[in-house]
Each structure stands twice: as C-alpha cells, then as structure tokens.
Ligand binder design. Sequence first.
Ligand code: FAD
Length: 615
Amino acid sequence: MSAFDVIIVGGGHAGAEAAAASARLGVATALVTHKAATIGEMSCNPAIGGLGKGHLVREIDALDGIMGRIADRGGIQFRVLNRRKGPAVRGPRAQQDRKLYREAMQAELSATPDLTIVEGEVDDLVVRDGRVEGVILLDGRRIDSKAVVLTTGTFLRGLIHRGEETIPAGRAGEKPVLGLSLRLEALGLRLGRLKTGTPARLDANSIDFSILTRQEGDPHPEPFSALTGAITNPQVACFETRTTPEAHRIITDNLSRSALYSGRIQSRGPRYCPSIEDKVVRFADKDTHLVFLEPEGLDDSTIYPNGVSSSLPEDVQLAFLQAMPGLGDVVIKRAGYAIEYDHVDPRELSPTLMLRALPGLYLAGQINGTTGYEEAAGQGLIAGANAALAVLGRAPLILSRTNSYLGVMIDDLIARGVTEPYRMFTSRAEFRLHLRVDNADQRLTELGIACGLVGEERAAHHRRRMEGLASARHLLQSLTTTPSQARKAGVNVNADGVRRSAFDLMSYPTTGRGDLESVWPEISALDSGVYDQLAIDAQYAVYLDRQQADIDAVKRDESRAIPDWLDYALLPGLSNEMKQKLIAARPQTVAQAQRIEGVTPAALTLILAVIRRGR
Ligand code: FAD
C-alpha cells in the first residue's frame, strides 16, 4: 500500500481523536482499524463526560478535537453534575444515543481531508534502525509511515470472563489481538495486565418504569462544544432503582462462581468503578446500592444498568437483577462480563506520548493503563498531534499540570505509572480552581492555534470570544465606585474607603448583575455569556493570585530536565529503596521526580546539585 506520514492503529476513542488531530495538521494520515463500522463504538456505558471527565472533553474541544462536537450530536440527556457546588468541580455529562454517536463519528472522520480509513488488523510493526516506520497487517499488507500511534484499547491479548467461561476476545463478539503484544514484548517494553467490566444490557420492554424514580436532564441542555449552537435531539429520562438485601444474598451465595472471586482473574480493576460482587464484599455493611437505568438510544429498547457490572454467570446475573425494584420480570439482552488485557507501562513514555526508547511510536488510550472514553480521547489528541508535529519538524505540543487536566493526566501516567486502571478525578488536579470547564478555551486554544492544530472556524470563533471578554473586562474594570455606593447597591463590602471596580464587586458571590446595573446601566448591554464568564473569572481571580507562586514553582520544576546521563545507582546519599524507585520511574523533569512516592526533599536537593554540577 502507499505510504502515509502517520498511521493510527485502532478506531476507538483514542484512535478517532488521534486520526482527526494528525489530519488537522495537514499530514497524510491512515486510520487502520478492524472494522470501519465499529469506529466510535462505546464498549461500555453510553455517556460522555461527568466529574473530571467533562473537563477533559472541554479541553479536547478547546484544542479543536472532535469528541465534544460528536457528543453534542449524539446526546439525549444533558446534565451538569455538581451544579450546586462551585464552578471548578462541575462536570458536564451527556447520555448518548450509541448509534447516533457512532454514526456522527464515522461521518466526521470520513469527511476529514488527509485521512484514509483502512480496514484490517495490525499484526506487527516495521522497525528500522531503532525507529518505527510502519505496520504489517495480519493479511500481509505493509504500510510505511514516519510515525505510528497505537490505540488498541482492551484488545491486546484480551480475555473475557463470565462465570466459569473464559473467551479470548477484544470486546464482546470481537477477536483479541495477539501479534502486537508479542512485538511490544520483544522490543523490551514492560507490559502489565489490567481488567475492567461491564454490566448486562436489559430489555426496556421488560422493565416496570412506573414504580421507579425518574431522573430528568437539565431543562436547558448545555453543549460540550463551543461550536455547537443548540442541542437538537429529543431529551429522555433515566430511572433509578436499587440493589436489595435479596440481590446481595444471591450474589454472596454465588461468589465461588464469579470469575473474580474464584481466582481466575488476577489483574487489578478500577477501584472507583467496582463490579457489583466487589461492592457487596467490600461494603458488606451496606444492604443497598443505587443503580441508574440509562437508555442506550432513542429508537433502541436497550437499557444500561449503571452500577452493576459483573463477571458472575448469566443465570446469577438474571437472578440478582430480578430481585431489584422494577426488574422483577427483566429480560437480559446481553450478559455482563469482565475483560483482562495487556497494557504498556506508561512510564516508558515521554510527555508527547512517544515511547522514549522507540522513536516514531506513540501510544494512547487504554493501552497506557487508563480507562474511560474521555481519558482515551485526550491522549489520542496529544499523541496524534505530536506524531504529526514531529513529521512536520515542528516543536511538540506538551501540556502542563498548571494549564490542563490533560497535562495532569499525562504527567501522572508518565511519572507514576499505574497499578490499576487510571481515570480522571478533579482531586488529581492541584490547581483545579484555575482548571475549570468554563475556561478551557482561555487556557488552551491559543496553544492549539500556535501549533496549527486549531482550524480556521474555531480560531475565528475564539478570537471573537476573546475580544468580547477583553473589552467587557476593560469596561468592568474601568467603572469604579466607593464602598458606600456599593453598599447602597446591595454589595456588602468593607467600609474601608477603597474604590472598587465593577469587576472587583463581581468577585463577591452574592453580587447580582442587577445590583451592578443599578449603579452602571451600561452593564446591561453586555452579552450574558460574556458577563457570566467574567463573573466566574472574577470570583476565582483571588484564588489564582494566591496560587500563582505555586504555579510558577511547578512550571520551573517542569522545565528542569533530568539529563539521561544521571545514574541514580551511583548517587551517594540515596537509600537503596529510593534508587530503585527513581530507576524504575526514570523521571524526565524535577517536577516528576518530586511526585514519585517517597522521594524526599533531601533527595531532590541532591539531584538538583548533581544536575547543576554537570556530568
Ligand atoms: P477502544 O475503544 O477499545 O478501541 C480500540 C479500537 O482499536 C477498536 O476499534 C479495535 O477494533 C481497534 N484495534 C485494536 N487492536 C487493533 C489492531 N491490532 N489493528 C487494528 N485495529 C485494532 N470505561 C469507563 O470509563 N468505565 C467503565 O465502566 C468501563 N467499562 C468497560 C468495560 C468493558 C467490557 C470494556 C471493553 C471497556 C470498558 N471501559 C470503561 C473502557 C472504555 O471502553 C475504554 O476506556 C475506551 O473505549 C478506551 O478507548 P481506546 O480508544 O483506548 O480503545
């Protein structure tokens, strides 16, 4: 086959975003995947976003990625989680019509210039002079390229478990990938095994929704993407049910038949997203767990029961489900299962997601030990963009913990590695007051424009928005008043004689727009989106000022590279345990070394002294 600049292997969430990013940069890109018809398939729950994950989607969108726009087209119930808490921890989430999402993703990629979709399985890599320069397909075809991005998901030596059954598979009904794992091992990469699971799918016609609590979406659906005008799909309700003591008894009585508890599964699963058998054992004092019944589509009678993933045999899954309210006569369309798969130790990667030991080969998604569509898509964007930037000979796109959740995720992965599937939480971001869903564009779009990753439509939209914000901020900062006038308008400021601007007054959470308009009528002319954004910016400006010194310190440490010649084994004054940890993690910057568990300030001082002294 003809050669390409960049080859993306796998059409899941990481692969789709990687392919779109690479092609957006204008390099000839091939997306090689088993079946074009499964591009954009959601292997598990039909939803995009949520706490922490919604941040990733907004950041992907800010870099002109596609997940947000596609989720706006597939969304059938939009909710902003944590709406009552502060803007920093809100999480936009949208229930998806699985088919609409997949179709929109396939249409988007088919219409992307510079992108060719190739059906087939990649079985091996072309490695020449220590660089990856293409792929070999199972049917013998060879495709050359200057860079390859692997996004193989749960397919590497995938093994499905359900009760006593084990089936080699990449996901239900799809064969596993064997050749690539052998190649990655032969290249000396450290591989590990992880597991994840999915619940049974239920037939909506067999559920008694009349006795269950409805959960509606937000009355005014908020799109993920800055480029989406309005959500046009009809919106649906989800429903709540619960596990019961009887369901727990059935599960406990059958634990010996569970793949997890019979010892057949050895690898770690996600702690925060446990199977129902795990929950029943680990939280034995609880006799009920909440379960959301989520529709999988507008014209699909399949229901996804969120919260009861299981690797118990199908008859036990049916029995415990039927012991739950509304599910007395439930019919299972497809039983749940657990899956074990290979992943590569992400500490082998650089911040561009290229393998340090193998130039030209990038990894993104579940293969790096993460779980979740959004985590996969975010890595795909960074890996695809960097593969293309390397081909173009341009500077890489490297994000920082100080500017994005994407930066936090990549830094966590490459500095600390994983012991269980990694997913994003707002608690992972130390600067979360600054890294909000509402300001993802302010933090990232300029970076994307600078490296050519952001297309003309979004760049123009961004410029208009930034100009609107700048002129409104200028106005609000130029309007000033005395404390007594402010108090008359209802803003309870200290009577300290200091004049404050309208922008300063907006930092008080109780200040209403009407209060300000009563003092300065010209504020009523401001666009409501612009005003609301500046109100949040004003409230958080105080915290940002306080955090600035910490942000600067992290940036400084991130820019202090640890040279390859530094040999921890030869450093006097480091304990053997510390040496082992540093050798295993191979931190690339002082900031990463600092985050390795157990690395003390004294050890860092020693490392810094050696770097300063030179070889
Ligand atoms: P995938 O979406 O798995 O896509 C991989 C793609 O690569 C597929 O299209 C495949 O056909 C293709 N491919 C693989 N190997 C090759 C090859 N050699 N040649 C060509 N094509 C190839 N996430 C959660 O957040 N919560 C959950 O509860 C959850 N449960 C899950 C349960 C199950 C059973 C599974 C399978 C996944 C679950 N996930 C869950 C994970 C979520 O589906 C993944 O994190 C996400 O889809 C990973 O995206 P990805 O792009 O890395 O891989």
